[in-house]
Design a protein around this ligand. Structure first.
Ligand SMILES: *Cc1c(COP(=O)(O)O)cnc(C)c1O
Length: 414
């Protein structure tokens, strides 16, 4: 269920033709399908039944309040990486008791805010972070719930920029150092040891790295238990990939079967941190063709969205599907889909066979995750609006930025 389909020759989000979204809200626009987000969450959660579990959406993938609210109402928790993300969860009505706080660089004020909110767990990534958290909790008269993110040193075989579980990555604590850290944490009065976690990378399409990492993680859980340190939860992270082009994502039943096999008869709750898998295919970036520029051997379709709206192609050489909202029969040409930004890296798609005319609408697919979330104002481009479609209704869930918004915080020095 992706939420997007053709009806009467036009691409629709659920019951709403995308041309209507463009007419009402303009382009470029991110368009999300509520039904698709809900279906993704339900499929993920149901596949894991009956394991004791908590799904914490890794909200950095798409932190719009409307998206968070849709998931919160289904009982979903959240994986946050900053105080700003915590504020978003609270503003969207999320349950702080279902929040886990990841990230290598937590500031003291962010820790204090998370303690006040009563989050479920801090995923601690280093010994100095443990010391800082212990001090912040002691000053607040609190006990901070802690899990250590251990680095299982496995290769997730994904793009190097989104691989996180290798020894050379900045994330997590070394496997060998973990037992001593746990003993220290258990001896600190302002710390309560509750779990262990890992996150080995993103857009992973193989089960084997998960299995390899989880076997190591569970062996560590057993060694800790033998040492008198009993954990309440095991957080297996996120990273499950989706199909952009021809990838074969890990089927949820296979993922769940692996977990059931390895975690059978354990008392711990399993925590999951899926990001892309819950929202990636639930959104498109809607753009309009401004110019067609034909050249010697290369044809450029210049659209009104750019690398500042969707960075993944420029950053990872990522492939996103591009479809005409109202496909024409002819003439089909091969196009480079590019934006107006002054960088040669400003491309959204390469070598696409499409029949195009100026003014046509294009839907750049699988843009529900890491699209708006990674957007910028480069070239003084206001950020696009976000629209959440729910059945026949299209809700503007973030208005388009105005140019004045971009320099509202700036001033001219005397
Ligand atoms: C980014 C991230 C995730 C989610 O990754 P996806 O590939 O979107 O599932 C989960 N956990 C942590 C700690 C992360 O940094």
């Amino acid at each position: 269920m992706s939420g997007f389909h053709y009806a009467e020759g036009e691409l629709c989000a659920e019951g709403v033709p995308l041309s209507r979204v463009a007419r009402e809200f303009g382009t470029p626009a991110y368009v999300y399908s509520r039904a698709a987000i809900e279906a993704n969450f339900r499929a993920f959660d149901a596949a894991l039944a009956p394991l004791p579990r908590l799904v914490c959406y890794a909200m950095k993938a798409n932190p719009n309040l409307a998206v968070l609210s849709v998931l919160a109402r289904l009982g979903c928790g959240f994986d946050i990486v900053s105080g700003g993300e915590l504020a978003r969860v609270l503003a969207a009505g999320g349950d702080p008791g279902k929040v886990v706080f990841s990230g290598v660089g937590k500031r003291a004020d962010e820790m204090a805010a998370a303690l006040r909110a009563g989050i479920r767990c801090f995923n601690v990534e280093s010994e100095p972070e443990l010391d800082r958290l212990a001090a912040v909790a002691a000053a607040a008269g609190a006990r901070a719930p802690v899990s250590f993110r251990v680095n299982p040193d496995v290769d997730p075989r994904t793009h190097p920029y989104i691989s996180t579980g290798l020894k050379e990555n900045k994330f997590g604590v070394d496997f060998a150092a973990a037992p001593a850290l746990y003993r220290r944490a258990a001896s600190l009065p302002s710390i309560r040891v509750v779990g262990i976690d890992m996150h080995i990378g993103s857009q992973i399409t193989e089960l084997a790295p998960y299995r390899e990492a989880l076997v190591k993680l569970l062996a560590l859980v057993d060694a800790l238990a033998a040492d008198g340190i009993r954990l309440e939860h095991v957080d297996v992270g996120g990273g499950l990939g989706i199909r952009y082009r021809d990838e074969s994502p890990v089927p949820l039943p296979a993922y769940a079967a692996m977990l059931r096999e390895l975690a059978r008869d354990r008392p711990q709750t399993l925590v999951f941190e899926p990001g892309r898998r819950l929202v990636g295919d639930a959104g498109v970036l809607l753009a309009r063709v401004e110019y067609l520029k034909r050249g010697e051997g290369r044809n450029f379709a210049i659209v009104d969205a750019a690398m500042n709206d969707l960075l993944r192609p420029a950053l990872y050489d990522a492939w996103h599907p591009v479809d005409a909202v109202r496909p024409r029969e002819s003439p089909v040409d091969t196009w480079q889909i590019v934006g107006p930004v002054c960088e040669s890296a400003d491309f959204l798609a390469r070598d696409r066979d499409l029949a195009l005319a100026p003014g046509d609408l294009l839907a750049i697919g699988a843009a529900g995750a890491y699209a708006m979330a990674m957007s910028s104002n480069y070239n003084a481009r206001p950020r696009a609006c976000e629209v959440l479609v729910d059945g026949e209704r299209a809700h503007l869930v973030r208005r388009r930025e105005r140019v004045e918004d971009l320099f509202a915080g700036e001033s001219i020095a005397p």
